[in-house]
Design a protein around this ligand. Sequence first.
Ligand code: GDP
Length: 338
Amino acid sequence: MDFRKLPSVLLPDELVEISFSRAKKESRALSGRIPRQLRVKRSETVKVKSVSSFIRKHFGKVVDRTSGLKTLDPFYHELVDLVVGVENIEKSLEKLTWAVETVVKLEKRTVKRIKRSRSNEVIYKARREFYGKVVSVLNKSERDIESLNLMFKKLRRLPSVESCFTVVVAGMPNVGKSTFVGCISSAKPRVESYPFTTQKILLGYFERERIRYQVVDTPGLLDRPLDRRNKVEKQAILALRHLADVVLYLFDLSGICGYPIDEQLKLYRELTDMFNVPVVPIINKSDLLKEAEIEHFSALVGDDVFLCSSLDEHGIEEIVKRITEESAKKELDEFDFS
Ligand code: GDP
């Protein structure tokens, strides 16, 4: 779903102004030499139908353009819930549907009344009453229209991620995550922001054998232990869990990043427990390390550790290979043999 295409909803005053003046123009455009009473009947019917149709079309477009919100993938569902609450959108959209249904009912009733009527006075009165009721229906929807506009404004700022195989990069600050994303991506990564925090999201892409891979760095989200996070950050991390097909956890053993190794290991173990996908340990900045340090650390981690330098690209291809293996595994898992 493209959040940037979420519509703006016209406010009751705007709807009234536009639809009433259109109705007037349409009724004036009626031509032909016909008896006065018939002309009044026609022109007032046209006004009623025109107002109803404008409101139906406008709200219909809003409901249509938001239909994708019902089938969001889990990552976006979590984010939309976090930013505005999926239920709040649904409730406000229901109000628009109610408004359309009510206006259409009023239109039908008024058109019938006009048809049956023999006096111009009664015809004018029926149309005026219809206008009055439309204004009142729209006013009853005002709060929901305003809140939809506010919610859409926030959602338009959601980062747009692709649904291809996704690699999430984690690790404490300064271990080299963003440099790594730049190094593994074929073009300069794109920076987008989350609307609920000042945090950014960095999105890089590369391709192997015509398969597209997305590499994501979320500075400020996966770089601290969970117990130091607020509710919003925790939920944003939950959303990332849906996005990740594999997590690459970067270590910096050089001491330059400023975080001791045991702290980095603690976060690594925490993320390994939290994510339901493989978390691959990677020693970055290998250009600064001695072999003995690497061996000692690898034994400490216990898992297969990759080694790389995002500065001179050493070890990057092995990591890419590991990623493509995970993607092939995922494809096999998703294949239905039955
Ligand atoms: P992040 O906070 O984890 O995203 O870390 P950055 O990507 O901003 O990198 C922090 C610092 O480490 C920067 O000065 C990088 O140039 C440096 N850096 C990143 N990768 C490497 C590497 O492989 N070798 C060396 N020597 N420095 C690196």
